[in-house]
Design a protein around this ligand. Structure first.
Ligand SMILES: NC(=O)c1ccc[n+]([C@@H]2O[C@H](COP(=O)([O-])OP(=O)(O)OC[C@H]3O[C@@H](n4cnc5c(N)ncnc54)[C@H](OP(=O)(O)O)[C@@H]3O)[C@@H](O)[C@H]2O)c1
Length: 334
């Protein structure tokens, strides 16, 4: 089968579109004929070796974190799906494999595709929508009437995060350049600040929570917009000790490393009487089924920047790497 394979850590040249043997489903797994796969920043970060401290992949490895497709076979002990079912999933992050004509996924990580979506739209959902759901519902525990700041609302995660925060009943402020402003307003943002022209901290005050999708200088500046006791969840700042234990199931050594790398950020949080948490999202068929129900109920719009033929996967990744995508970029296998 055709697959996008990472041969060594490095730049775009470290990735090859090539033929590899088709996988077979193990215990509890499904073999899926992939119709479409979503691209995410984690793909080029993995390629560059930026996540080596967290995942040490044995190379070569078939890349890709999320897909939509049709079940072709079920492994021993797998009973939740039947051959022919249309499914979507965020695959196990230590295994990958979605950028291929076939992939295997544990059935607990998969869900039935919403009937209202085609394959490309469904492939754009799992990783980013699960991230937004787990951050806003589970970590920040957003409640009706709260004010939530989401810097970076126009990208893959942001377009879901705005809609999920609104669904949870929050007042939502976000940042986007002029290129993304109409989009974030259409998705329900109550306040959109053009980060290229204004400093968001000059406009925002009294926010209960922030879901940071940008990190760096944005994360360093956002503390003053929060109420005392405000909470910040980031997916782009430094991981902290809870990330190591709760999200990655790792021991003291990684927790200690993350304690050091997050020290400045945690001190800033303490100074503003706020809390800081870095979230690594996790695959979840149950959460994905919940998101599918929101999509069926027209509560979530899927924003796709472009659908690209699988043969052009490297060019698609280069475009994602510019950091300018509006919504998701999807590879079409069929
Ligand atoms: N920890 C986890 O579990 C997890 C999960 C998912 C994603 N992530 C991380 O979260 C980050 C966001 O992911 P994504 O998929 O949303 O990325 P993305 O789709 O590549 O984001 C692109 C968008 O970001 C906007 N943007 C760029 N710089 C900005 C700034 N300074 N302020 C506001 N907006 C800005 C761009 O808007 P303009 O073109 O208008 O500037 C563009 O629309 C990435 O670092 C990713 O690796 C982590």
């Amino acid at each position: 089968m055709r697959a996008l394979v990472l041969t060594r850590y490095g730049g775009p040249e470290a990735v090859e579109l090539t033929d590899v043997p088709q996988p077979s489903p193990g215990v509890g797994e499904l073999l899926v004929r992939v119709h479409a796969a979503g691209l995410n920043p984690v793909d080029y970060k993995t390629r560059a070796g930026a996540l080596k401290m967290i995942h040490s992949y044995r190379l070569p490895i078939v890349m890709g974190n999320e897909f939509s497709g049709v079940v072709e076979a079920v492994g021993p002990g797998a009973g939740r799906f039947a051959i022919g079912d249309r499914v979507f999933a965020r695959v196990d992050r230590s295994v990958l494999g979605a950028f291929a004509e076939h992939t295997v996924v544990h059935e607990d990580h998969a869900a039935q595709m919403p009937t209202s979506l085609d394959f490309p739209a469904a492939a754009a959902v799992p990783l980013t929508a699960l991230t937004a759901l787990q951050a806003l519902r589970d970590e920040l525990q957003v409640r009706p009437g709260q004010r939530v700041f989401i810097p970076g609302g126009a990208g893959g995660v942001g377009t879901f995060a705005i809609q999920i925060a609104k669904y949870l009943g929050a007042y939502v402020a976000t940042t986007a350049s002029a290129r993304g402003e109409a989009l974030v307003r259409r998705l329900g943002a109550d306040l959109a600040i053009d980060y290229t022209r204004e400093r968001f901290e000059d406009r925002l005050i009294g926010y209960d929570a922030a879901f940071d999708l940008i990190g760096g200088d944005t994360l360093a500046r956002l503390w003053s917009v929060l109420v005392p006791g405000g909470r910040v969840v980031s997916i782009a700042g430094p991981p902290e000790p809870v990330t190591a234990r709760k999200d990655l199931g790792r021991g003291l050594a990684l927790a200690a490393a993350f304690w050091f790398t997050s020290l400045t950020t945690r001190l800033r949080a303490a100074r503003h009487r706020a809390t800081y948490r870095y979230l690594f999202m996790h695959p979840s068929g149950a959460d994905l089924a919940y998101l599918a129900s929101l999509i069926e109920a027209n509560e979530l719009e899927i924003v796709i920047d472009r659908v690209v033929p699988f043969a052009d996967a490297k060019a698609a990744m280069a475009y994602l790497e510019t950091g300018r995508a509006k919504g998701k970029i999807v590879l079409a296998m069929t």
